[in-house]
Design a protein around this ligand. Structure first.
Ligand code: 8X3
Length: 269
């Protein structure tokens, strides 16, 4: 039997999703779920080996096509080069999942580390912008596509010591809204998901600079899991074409707000 080339496959399976920050946490869980549902995937991040391992696993388990792009999202040049390297059907990204993001530091404004602020601004805002700029250009040309930004409850409600992290997520919220205004008439949906605390991620460890003791912030309540957030993203991506979900704000049932959490023990294990 004639082997079907990926170029031909594209006409049969038209869905390509690109997930940034796919080497761990929400990004990895999202890439895994989309692969399970038959999407071809472009997975991006800085840690090559983790992405290669994920690619091998997804290909083996779900028989989808997977492309790895290794680059630092903080570099405009690297983002542009990575996107320009895409060939054939890979150029036609149907769904861009802007997941890459991080919190670094947890200090009041007068003593926060300025390098941490710059890392968050460069990753959470500028990285998301670079990817959106380079990918939506193609989407507009094709008259279709979906951008899904990973925001946070911190993009809706500030909390003490959250200052710059919260500001970057408020910016993501503003960009989701304004990108929707720019793209609605061009056939492109823009959505976001805004999770509260999420375990099975590197979020807390990164925020607290690798301090494993301080990073133990999920032991006395049930937060969301990465898989929970992946399912919300998948739900957003798979609504009928005439529906655009603007935002899903969600937290674990024991978390009522950024600061009000029932820490009396994990009730749902
Ligand atoms: C993650 C949620 O509350 O730790 O974005 O900022 S929070």
């Amino acid at each position: 039997m004639k082997k079907i080339k990926f170029d031909d496959m594209k006409s049969l399976f038209t869905r390509v999703a690109l997930v940034t920050g796919a080497s761990s946490g929400i990004g990895k869980a999202t890439a895994t779920l989309f692969a399970k549902r038959g999407y071809h995937l472009i997975i991006t991040g800085r840690r090559e080996q983790k992405l290669i391992d994920l690619k091998a696993k997804l290909k083996r388990k779900y028989a989808v096509k997977v492309k790895v792009l290794v680059f630092d999202i903080r570099s405009k040049k690297a983002c542009k080069k990575a996107i320009e390297s895409l060939e054939g059907p890979w150029k036609n990204v149907d769904i861009l999942i802007n997941n890459a993001g991080l919190a670094k530091g947890f200090a009041p404004i007068e003593s926060g580390k300025i390098e941490d602020w710059e890392t968050m601004i460069d990753t959470n805002i500028k990285g998301l912008l670079y990817m959106s700029r380079f990918i939506t250009q193609g989407m507009v040309g094709r008259g279709s596509g979906h951008v899904i930004n990973v925001c946070s409850t911190a993009g809706h409600e500030v909390y003490p010591n959250g200052n710059v992290y919260c500001a970057t997520k408020y910016a993501v919220d503003a960009l989701s809204k304004s990108m929707r205004l720019d793209l609605a008439k061009k056939g492109i949906r823009v959505s976001q998901v805004s999770p509260g605390h999420v375990e099975q991620t590197e979020f807390a460890l990164t925020r607290f600079d690798g301090d494993t003791e301080r990073a133990k912030i999920y032991e006395d309540f049930n937060p969301l899991t990465s898989k929970d957030v992946a399912e919300l993203i998948y739900f957003i991506a798979t609504r009928a074409k005439h529906i655009n979900i603007h935002d899903i704000v969600a937290s674990g049932s024991q978390q009522a707000s950024s600061t009000v959490i029932d820490r009396s023990g994990r009730k749902f294990d």
